[in-house]
Each structure stands twice: as C-alpha cells, then as structure tokens.
Design a protein around this ligand. Structure first.
Ligand SMILES: [Zn+2]
Length: 89
C-alpha cells in the first residue's frame, strides 16, 4: 500500500494522500522521500497540519499514560480514525 502511494507522491501529495500515510509518517514508518514530502505538505496545508497535531497529541498522551487512557483521548482517537477512513474511502 505504501509503495503504491509512493509512486503517486512523485507528483506531490494531495491532502487525501497525506492523510493516508499520516499515521505511518508520525510513527516513523515511511522512507525519507515520503517523510520529506509529507513534511512539505504539512508546512503548506493548515488542515493537514492540524490533523497531524491532533494525532501527535493523542500519541503523546497514549505513550505517557499507558495505564490509564483518558476516555476523552480514546474518543478523540476513535473519531480521528473514523475521519481518516471517511477521507480515504
Ligand atoms: Zn493537506
């Protein structure tokens, strides 16, 4: 799936494409070229940059408080992945 996206990224990513790899990007699971393009897009695009910040905040919260997950955070995470699925359908 990532390889297929990489080919499309050669032309520059759209918001939908950035959303598709955003989680992998923030988890450090994409290659350098992809990371650079996503980072470039996030610099230019307030909507994607905002999504990225939300996801990063959720991730931080999960990693610092593994034992007790705030129900609000869990709800935000669920809503976020629901949005992602909707955006990529
Ligand atoms: Zn965007």
């Amino acid at each position: 799936m990532i390889n297929r996206l990489l080919k499309r990224f050669r032309r520059g990513p759209s918001c939908d494409e950035v959303m598709e790899v955003l989680q992998a990007y923030l988890d450090g699971e994409v290659d350098v070229d992809t990371a650079r393009m996503v980072a470039g897009h996030l610099d230019d695009c307030a909507a994607c940059s905002n999504e990225s910040e939300v996801y990063q905040r959720i991730k931080d919260s999960l990693s610092t408080r593994r034992r007790e997950i705030d129900p609000e955070v869990r709800a935000a995470l669920e809503a976020f992945s629901r949005d992602l699925r909707t955006a990529t359908d």
